[in-house]
Design a protein around this ligand. Structure first.
Ligand SMILES: C[S@@+](CC[C@H](N)C(=O)[O-])C[C@H]1O[C@@H](n2cnc3c(N)ncnc32)[C@H](O)[C@@H]1O
Length: 514
């Protein structure tokens, strides 16, 4: 269960001590009375320091921690807006803050152990609007305010710049104004009603590519909106919403979501299938399985079966999977297309020094992605496979697709063209890459990649009359054997000839698949 910090009234004797614990504390009642604003700012600095500690620790260990947004928007953070702003601003200014602290040389060993909190308070002192006045760490740093400001002046002179913005190259980040996309969960609400409801407070447009997607102005904050809380709409980006739509699963199919948590695309599949048929949602990571289950519950979908395990370990011939007709494969990737969105570009690890580390990591990811895509194609009844990443790297995108082309072709698959009207296609590194779909981090505000494989005999949904004679014969035989499984080959041929002669159209070609 998610923990929530509740303000407690501490015992009279308890002091708001200098040993700043990792949990935000509500300031105690003291003789001096503090304003509600001061107390709230103090609390936000403690919450921000906790989030910053997790982020910096994960980043230093190159461990995949949750994104900054998801850490801040976890239920345990009370003052989300203030905490988010403080964490982002501190991270943006972190290199400067560290340099200033080094020049000013004011930290003793006690405060060096509290670095995340020190960084947050330094941000407030050097660049923030408020001057912190309560809290031991704040009082300590405020005593050294002059030394910090003079450290900043020295830094500007050393770097030969006139402003902190120049120092940070902040202009690079401007102009990244991305609309807020929301996907209507058509299992619970129709698109018209969602538009009507949202239009009470926002300007709403329908997305021109994905039918159940709505576009709201950048910065629209819907995290606490009623429709989000009750699962009628989901805060899902455009690229992410294009994947299930590209797969086009039919109502009643069995579909496998190979790497599914937190489940945004899984529940989109369920909505596209109108809650009919079956979706198997596979996920390796136990923690993320919980998030997946939460998403599914919120969506109201009742046709999703969660499978906690390794997608590569699934046996395609196992009776549980033989009926799978479509696979959505959205494997772990570098996320390089969404770093501005996730704010990862603010992290210390996103510097030029880490190029080597990145290429090793990319290589490892690509090895998994290739194996997973080849595995997806090998399910016996599968006729559509969509592969997607939120990466901009060729090694995770076109190279992965090209590595399975021979296998795909031997199994009867071809690359199809999802969203043919979309302009940006794959990098021209192999014949056929024009079928692939790319989104550009600058033009489309996020980097994304989609490839769609379709069994050749399903391409363009051919009508029976358009099928080659050999395929017609095969289907006729299959259908007759289903109707009369006891027929011997000779009887089958006789019956088939009679039926074929009697009717003009090859009716036995018309099976439910067509
Ligand atoms: C990019 S995320 C999927 C996002 C998801 N499709 C969505 O839209 O919400 C990739 C997921 O694959 C999971 N994963 C990684 N390797 C896996 C494997 N071998 N089998 C199953 N899941 C795996 C990761 O834990 C992660 O949750």
């Amino acid at each position: 269960m998610a923990r929530r910090h509740k303000p407690k009234t501490p015992p009279a004797k308890q002091r708001f001590s200098g040993a700043e614990s990792h949990k935000p504390k509500t300031p105690p009642a003291t003789k001096q009375s503090f304003s509600a604003a001061e107390r709230s700012a103090l609390y936000a600095r403690r919450e921000a320091a906790n989030v910053l500690r997790s982020i910096l620790r994960g980043d230093a260990e190159r461990r995949a921690v949750a994104s900054i947004k998801s850490l801040v928007f976890s239920p345990s953070v009370r003052n989300k807006r203030a905490t988010f702003a403080l964490v982002c601003e501190t991270l943006k200014h972190l290199t400067v803050i560290k340099d200033v602290l080094e020049i000013a040389n004011v930290l003793n060993s006690k405060w060096k152990r509290q670095e995340p909190l020190v960084y947050i308070i330094c941000y407030d002192i050097l660049f923030g609007k408020d001057t912190p006045s309560i809290g031991d760490a704040e009082k300590f740093l405020m005593r050294h305010k002059d030394a910090l400001l003079s450290g900043l002046a020295t830094l500007l002179v050393r770097k030969k710049v006139e402003s902190v913005d120049q120092l940070l190259g902040l202009s690079k980040l401007n102009g990244h104004l991305k609309p807020r996309y929301v996907r209507v969960n058509t299992l619970k609400m129709d698109v018209d009603s969602a538009v009507q409801e949202l239009e009470k407070h926002y300007t709403v447009q329908r997305d021109e590519t994905v039918p159940d997607l709505l576009v709201l102005p950048p910065g629209s904050d819907l995290h606490a909106h009623r429709l989000v809380a009750n699962g009628r709409i989901f805060l899902q980006g455009k690229a992410s919403s294009m994947v299930a739509a590209a797969l086009q699963p039919e109502a009643g199919w069995e579909v496998l979501d190979a790497c599914s948590a937190p489940g945004n695309k899984t529940i989109h599949l369920a909505a596209l299938m109108q809650g009919q048929g079956k979706i198997i949602a596979c996920e390796l990571n136990e923690e993320r399985v919980k998030r997946l289950e939460h998403t599914i519950k919120l969506s109201g979908a009742s046709n999703i079966q969660v499978f906690h395990g390794d997608f590569l370990g699934l046996n395609p011939k196992d009776p549980s999977f033989v009926k799978v007709r479509a696979i959505l494969l959205d494997p772990s990737c570098s996320g390089s297309g969404t770093i501005t969105d996730r704010l990862d570009h603010l992290l210390p690890s996103h510097s030029a020094d880490n190029m080597n580390y990145d290429s090793m990591r990319l290589h490892k990811l690509a090895v998994f992605q290739k194996k997973a895509l080849a595995h997806a194609l090998s399910f016996p009844q599968v006729e559509r496979v969509v592969y997607s990443t939120c990466s901009i790297h060729q090694i995770e995108n076109e190279d992965v697709v090209s590595s399975v082309l021979a296998l795909a072709s031997s199994l009867g698959f071809k690359l199809a063209t999802p969203f043919p009207q979309w302009q940006r296609r794959g990098l021209p590194v192999f014949a056929g890459s024009e079928h692939l779909l790319r989104m550009d981090p600058v033009e489309d505000k996020e980097g994304f990649f989609i490839a769609l494989f379709v069994k050749t005999n399903k391409l363009d949904n051919p009508k029976p009359s358009e099928l080659p004679e050999r395929e017609c014969r095969r289907r006729r035989k299959e259908r007759t054997m289903q109707l009369h499984p006891f027929l011997c080959p000779k009887m089958f041929r006789a019956l088939s000839r009679t039926l074929h002669r009697r009717r003009r159209k090859p009716v036995l070609c018309i099976n439910s698949e067509d």
